[in-house]
Design a protein around this ligand. Structure first.
Ligand SMILES: C[S@@+](CC[C@H](N)C(=O)[O-])C[C@H]1O[C@@H](n2cnc3c(N)ncnc32)[C@H](O)[C@@H]1O
Length: 334
């Protein structure tokens, strides 16, 4: 193995296993950031934990089956981030919570599910998009979790900067910690190379792109993580937006509208599982499930003129009878 290949292998290895992280419960305090989310979650969970309320729970969830990931919402499962401490006195029961609040909760709950693509999937992904990217540019991962894709992108391709945007504070903190670990390992690995190091020394990147040693020497300045709601972050300068959107189904129309409004013509967007159905984007490649990754990957380009109007939202509606049968079976098994 060449020295650079060993160096990259060590750096990639440091990014593994994020999906196994311990979920941190959300903070339960009257002015905590996710307090409305916790309130609705508590109301739904109270119904789940009382058999006599199962029929009512089913009735409240039924209209929103299309935005639930799986059968029972992930936020009601044992490993969820809902705290276990007693409800605050002002928390309302489900009867006093509107349908719109339940739906918003389900959409947000689905979006906070955690998962990471495997290293071989990311290697295939970056190899596929490399020929479409000019050196430099800004890569943004909206919903960056523990930062694996952002850091893999900064290692694999000659982006000038790679930025992750994550909603949950504890995931953002874990991404920062992982980033510090990666940078420390990078420093150690660089010290093992023949000294003195020259910034313009040629370096072959794992995907085959040519760079110089500045690619690794500048790694600290090329990486950034922001704790924020992705809908509040300006992505106008991005040349690639990455979305591991498998749990973002109900957010796709709003995301497409945001990206169409902000991105420059030529910018690339990739999604997983769900398409980006919007007239401002054309599809460059569709990689069916099982080719690049376990799920479908779609690559789009922002192009041409667009009058600013939002296309009609398309939504996924599961077979109602089949959903209800699954839900009843899960409730009965509790
Ligand atoms: C499936 S994980 C993907 C993590 C990372 N992109 C990866 O591929 O390894 C999706 C992430 O999006 C985050 N997320 C959900 N809604 C968000 C929002 N509105 N703004 C920012 N991040 C969000 C979740 O907390 C979660 O960490």
């Amino acid at each position: 193995m060449e020295p650079a290949a060993a160096l990259f292998a060590a750096l990639y290895a440091a990014l593994e296993c994020g999906e196994q992280h311990q979920r941190t419960a959300l903070l339960l305090a009257p002015d905590a950031p996710f307090i409305r989310f916790i309130e609705v979650g508590y109301a739904l969970r109270a119904c789940l934990e009382d058999r006599r309320q199962h029929e009512y729970l089913l009735q409240r969830l039924r209209p929103h089956a299309g935005v639930i990931v799986g059968t029972l919402p992930p936020g009601l499962l044992p490993h969820s981030m809902l705290p276990r401490s007693p409800a605050l006195p002002q928390f309302r029961p489900l009867e006093q919570i509107s349908d719109a609040e339940v739906r918003d909760w389900l959409v947000q709950d689905a979006g906070m599910v955690y998962g990471e693509l495997q290293q071989d999937e990311l290697a295939r992904y970056f190899a596929a998009i490399a020929p479409l990217l000019a050196p430099g540019g800004l890569m943004v991962d909206l919903g960056s979790g523990l930062g694996k894709v952002v850091m893999t992108a900064a290692l694999s391709l000659p982006f000038q900067r790679c930025v992750g945007v994550e909603l949950l504070a504890y995931r953002h903190q874990l991404a920062l910690q992982r980033c510090q670990q990666l940078l420390a390992l990078n420093r150690q690995q660089l010290q093992r190379l023949p000294q003195p190091l020259q910034r313009d020394q040629p370096l072959l990147l794992p995907g085959g792109a040519s760079a110089t040693l500045a690619h690794l020497l500048d790694l600290p300045q090329r990486l950034a993580f922001i704790e924020a709601d992705m809908f509040t972050v300006d992505v106008r300068a991005a040349t690639l937006v990455f979305l591991y959107s498998t749990c973002f189904g109900a957010l796709m129309p709003a995301l497409a509208h945001k990206l169409a409004s902000e991105l420059q013509p030529g910018a690339l967007v990739s999604t997983t599982t769900y398409p980006l159905s919007h007239p401002a984007f054309r599809i460059l490649h569709h990689y069916p499930a099982g080719t690049l990754a376990w799920t479908a990957v779609n690559l789009y380009q922002r192009y041409g003129e667009w009058d600013g109007s939002a296309p009609p939202a398309t939504s996924y509606e599961p077979d109602a009878a089949e959903w209800e049968a699954r839900m009843r079976a899960e409730l009965a098994a509790r």
